[in-house]
Design a protein around this ligand. Structure first.
Ligand code: HEM
Length: 433
């Protein structure tokens, strides 16, 4: 018996330089004095609020594409039951998508240090052996796999997509959508299991940064801690400072002026576009989608289809129709947005009337001249066509559209994601989607 005790405690008595011989499965391998359930619980509660907001705004972002309207809006196959919550995306308030998507991307960026700190705080548990002690424990470990794998996957695909424009052409929505539901399954199970513990620990008054008493053993505290160089409060402050820095350098891409200039870390932040009516942010340029001046010159015609047949209009004919104005922003799925721009053009509902729907405009299918790139075609719902601010815009801020903003004509609809505001429009087909 004394011999067994001697062997069991041997690693604890090894000099520091020999601790490298321990494996991650030994509790003594992890020696940071910062780890502890209180530290983990604080980060967990921040994640509970932040990830819930992230999930809800993510679902809203998906609904904003009207994915149940037409397969061109979204090719996610077999979403079936997961599409239960989809609804007709409204057109008001006109800044709705600017808000929901700006929040989604900003919260996702700001939570990165919190997520990494949370994973760091529980890493000894991921190596604990045996991997499963019972059927219940095995199920819990599987839910952790969904949680950790799902969280890392969602953050990675989201960040790559905003930083490297269209890295996953056509497949980002599918990957990010299914990944979110996998993550949610693990998240719900984890919160159900750990929330009571997190609340108890934070209420119970275990002294902050103090070693735990034998009466309240801390399952995450190092059994053989190194001398502290930072308190737990200090470590939490560092995580908070990291998140604050990310907030300052990213959130401003949704605002003009100084805020955009300090948004150095995200696309469409950092610099302003200079003076001029067309000087506001562009997602894809005409050159990027291979549109030439010949495509948009004198020979360009808009085709409008409906029960009245197939009508064709030159830009001059469109300019001769009744013109309407609307002050609307461009809000991108990547989280950046512009302030309201003053668009002018023909109401979509007026074009629907010409196409043979004088009383109640139906859905419309929009096709662009663009030769490459995603969202060459998009469907808009009847409520969007009906809104008097939904235009086939010909001008912006008092000048003709620039080639990069969609000359000769583009769609602009209140509260719709930027990519549904199709540029370089060639054909509008009303009804029978
Ligand atoms: C993406 C989000 C999250 C990830 C990736 C994550 C990951 C983990 C992992 C891997 C563990 C170790 C589990 C074990 O082996 O026992 C853990 C423990 C814990 N988590 Fe989370 N978690 C997340 C969110 C949360 C939330 C929202 C809460 C609070 C409600 C929370 C509270 C806790 C607590 C209190 C523990 C300590 C359990 C213990 O060792 O006694 N976590 N977390």
């Amino acid at each position: 018996m004394p011999e067994r005790r001697r062997i069991a405690s041997l690693p604890d008595r090894l000099p520091d330089r020999l601790t490298a011989l321990r494996t991650p499965a030994d509790p003594g391998f992890w020696r940071s004095p910062v780890r502890g359930v209180r530290f983990t619980a604080v980060l967990g509660l921040v994640l509970l609020v932040g990830l819930t907001l992230l999930f809800v705004t993510g679902l809203l972002s998906y609904a904003a594409y009207n994915p149940d309207l037409d397969p061109v809006n979204d090719k996610t196959p077999d979403k079936g039951l997961l599409g239960f919550y989809l609804f007709a995306w409204p057109t008001g308030p006109h800044w709705l998508y600017r808000l929901t998507q700006g929040l989604h991307v900003t919260v996702g960026i700001v939570l990165v240090p919190v997520l990494l700190a949370k994973l760091w705080s529980v890493i000894p548990r991921l190596f604990a052996l045996p991997p499963a002690r019972s059927v219940g424990h095995a199920l819990e470990r599987i839910s952790l796999l969904l949680l950790v794998g799902g969280a890392l996957f969602e953050f990675l695909t989201g960040l790559l997509n905003i930083q490297l424009d269209y890295l996953f052409p056509g497949s980002f929505y599918t990957l990010h959508f299914y990944g979110a539901w996998v993550f949610l399954a693990g998240f719900v199970a984890h919160v159900a299991l750990k929330l009571p513990q997190a609340v108890r620990v934070l209420r119970s008054g275990i002294p902050r940064g103090e070693p735990d008493t034998p009466a309240a053993p801390d399952p995450l505290a190092a059994p053989d801690p190194l001398p502290a160089t930072l308190s737990r409060r200090g470590a939490l402050a560092m995580v908070g400072a990291g998140s604050l820095l990310l907030l300052i350098t990213s959130a401003g891409r949704s605002f003009d002026g100084p805020l955009r200039r300090i948004a150095l870390l995200t696309p469409r932040g950092g610099t302003e576009q200079g003076p001029g009516p067309n000087a506001f942010q562009v997602n894809k340029t005409a050159a990027a989608v291979r549109i030439t001046p010949a495509d948009t010159g004198e020979r360009w015609r808009l085709t409008v289809r409906g029960p009245a047949g197939e009508l064709r209009f030159s830009r001059a004919e469109l300019l001769a129709m009744e013109q309407h104005s609307a002050a609307l922003p461009i809000a991108c799925v990547e989280g950046w947005s512009t302030s309201d721009q003053l668009w002018r053009g023909v109401r979509l509902s007026d074009l629907a009337a010409l196409a043979g729907y004088p009383d109640s405009p139906p859905d419309v299918f929009v096709e662009s001249l663009q030769r490459s790139g995603s969202f060459r075609k998009a469907a808009l719902r009847d409520n969007q066509v009906r809104d008097g601010r939904s235009l086939l815009a010909l001008e912006v801020n008092g000048a003709p559209l620039s080639p990069d903003h969609g000359y000769p004509a583009r769609i602009i609809v209140p509260a719709a994601p930027g990519v549904l505001n199709t540029k370089w429009v060639e054909t509008l087909t009303f009804g029978e989607l």
